[in-house]
Design a protein around this ligand. Structure first.
Ligand SMILES: CC(C)(COP(=O)(O)OP(=O)(O)OC[C@H]1O[C@@H](n2cnc3c(N)ncnc32)[C@H](O)[C@@H]1OP(=O)(O)O)[C@@H](O)C(=O)NCCC(=O)NCCS
Length: 186
């Protein structure tokens, strides 16, 4: 595979062995704020072994591509990003991202990683659309997705109940033609 395909301006996406990535993810998910930004489920600890099994299962499936996010400056793994639920008939999928290392938030790494995986989705996997959901208490993520080219497509009002308050789930998506218009034929 062309290495440049998985390289952005600030980060690169790498494929890690499930055991080492699972150890990191297990540490990141111990941060309940991180879990709540990422997941609908109640924040809870998951062992590295459980996460490893999940990664191994994903690797066997033909409907997902999971990568670690490595900062180009020092090659450290600081997060994960993945295309999931690929439906080859319709050529659509979901994307999810998390920088587990809080010190890395707000430095452009997440937007760069998203741009890289969109290029991979549209030019290598030949997908037609990529979808994501995000909670309306996560303005950093929403802004990052807008910068990467996602458009707002819908909102489930009051879908989440956290600390006695209801929150909306936003849906955002990007089509291949929109990506091409913004990025040119790559
Ligand atoms: C969401 C995430 C991937 C974004 O990546 P990132 O590298 O932090 O984002 P970037 O630095 O590229 O961009 C963040 C943008 O949000 C803006 N922002 C930050 N906090 C904000 C706030 N409270 N309100 C509005 N905008 C905000 C920043 O100013 C920046 O926009 P700008 O470049 O126009 O100034 C990353 O922060 C992360 O992993 N967070 C924890 C887990 C998570 O939320 N995952 C997503 C679940 S849907």
């Amino acid at each position: 595979m062309n290495e440049n395909l998985l390289r952005g301006g600030l980060v690169r996406l790498s494929v890690e062995d499930p055991e080492s990535l699972a150890k990191l993810v297990s540490q990141w998910c111990a941060d309940s704020e991180y879990s709540r930004l990422l997941d609908w489920d109640p924040a809870r600890r998951a062992s590295a072994k459980t996460i490893q099994k999940w990664f191994e299962k994903q690797q066997e499936n033909n409907d997902s591509h999971i990568f670690a996010i490595r900062v180009l400056d020092d090659d450290r793994v600081v997060g994960e990003i993945g295309l999931d639920g690929i439906r080859w008939t319709h050529r659509d999928c979901f994307v999810g991202i998390g920088l587990g290392d809080r010190a890395c938030w707000g430095r452009g790494y997440g937007t760069d990683a998203m741009k890289v995986i969109l290029r991979y989705a549209f030019t290598e996997l030949n997908l037609h659309r990529v979808t994501l959901d995000v909670f309306n208490y996560n303005p950093r993520a929403i802004r990052s997705y807008e910068k990467a080219g996602f458009v707002h497509e819908g909102r489930q009002r009051g879908m989440l109940l956290r600390e006695g308050r209801r929150w909306d789930v936003l849906y955002m998506g990007i089509l291949k033609e929109e990506w091409l218009a913004a990025n040119g034929q790559q």
